[in-house]
Write a protein that binds this ligand. Structure first.
Ligand code: SF4
Length: 293
């Protein structure tokens, strides 16, 4: 089958060749780990059971997880191996199964989940860059409980230069509206852990304060249906050390402007404390599997 799973619409047969995401048709996983650095309603006390997929359909030039997003590290799993991994995490005491950068395996994951979803005891989190099609999100209806979705850029200039992703915001906005229509407003268990809903995560970028404002303004109509997670942990990587904007961290003025806009527009959720933005939030990707299949 030709792959048009994400807005890149490569129209390639991934059994024969690789698309822009750098992956063939088999699910490929870089790492599984108990992850404690997501938002508190996801990580809780016990952590989130994260599965990091290899490859990425966005490939930002400042990517913090370069080795996995370029598909450099990873193991291919058959459908039954992947299902065993999901069951293993479900029994592990983690609060949820956190599928990180899953977009380019949407159909494979949906097929695997559809056969065992009723046996899984914890919510499924779709942890995505937001570069999604509405059809792909629709295919996850009844299978995914929580969408943890980045919203990266409003301006096409940033989207094209930083991620080679024309019309990023146009796609992300439609995908996010579809996510909200699927999950409804957030719901929580008695311990404050999210059971269903949409978390919108926005990393404020250096030089991006007007972009952040535009993103928030354009999504203000769903501000009471989502949890906003505003982040300031951007860290320059060697790949952008000479870039005019991306070579520095976010200034307080820029981040505070985004915080002010979020408050004014009626968003609720998490605002990262600038002093808490640490490199530990980025797991290293030496081969290490906390959960096995
Ligand atoms: S999932 Fe990969 S191959 Fe398919 S359209 Fe997207 S980038 Fe191309």
């Amino acid at each position: 089958m030709l792959c048009n799973m994400c807005p890149r619409r490569c129209n390639v047969d991934r059994d024969e060749t690789l698309g822009a995401c750098g992956c063939g048709s088999e699910i490929s996983v870089s790492r599984t780990v108990r992850h404690f650095w997501e938002e508190p309603c996801i990580s809780g006390k016990n952590g989130s059971g994260a599965i990091f997929f290899s490859g990425c359909n966005l490939k930002c030039i400042y990517c913090q997880n370069y080795s996995i997003s370029r598909g450099i590290v990873g193991k291919e799993l058959s459908k039954s191996e992947f299902q065993s991994l999901l069951m293993n995490i479900s029994e592990s005491g983690a609060h949820n199964i956190n599928l990180v950068t899953p977009t380019h395996f949407t159909m494979q994951i949906a097929e695997a989940l559809s056969e065992i979803k009723s046996d899984l005891k914890i919510p499924i989190v779709w942890n995505t860059s937001g570069y999604e099609t509405e059809e792909s999100i629709e295919a996850l209806k009844g299978l995914v409980d929580i969408f943890l979705c980045d919203v990266k850029y409003f301006s096409d200039e940033f989207a094209v230069e930083y991620s080679h992703a024309p019309n990023y915001f146009g796609y992300a906005k439609k995908a996010i509206e579809k996510m909200v229509s699927i999950t409804g407003k957030p719901t929580y268990d008695d311990n404050g852990l999210m059971k269903s809903g949409v978390i919108l995560r926005h990393l404020v970028l250096p030089g991006g304060r007007h972009d952040s404002e535009s993103i928030l303004t354009e999504l203000a109509h769903i501000s009471d249906s989502v949890v906003l997670s505003l982040m300031c942990q951007y860290t320059p990587t060697p790949s952008v050390e000479s870039h005019k904007l991306l070579s520095r961290r976010v200034a307080s003025l820029e981040y505070n402007h985004a915080v002010k806009c979020a408050n004014k527009l009626g968003f609720n959720g998490y605002i990262q404390d600038k002093t808490s933005a640490k490199s530990e939030y980025t797991p290293d990707f030496e081969e290490k599997w906390d959960f096995v299949y």
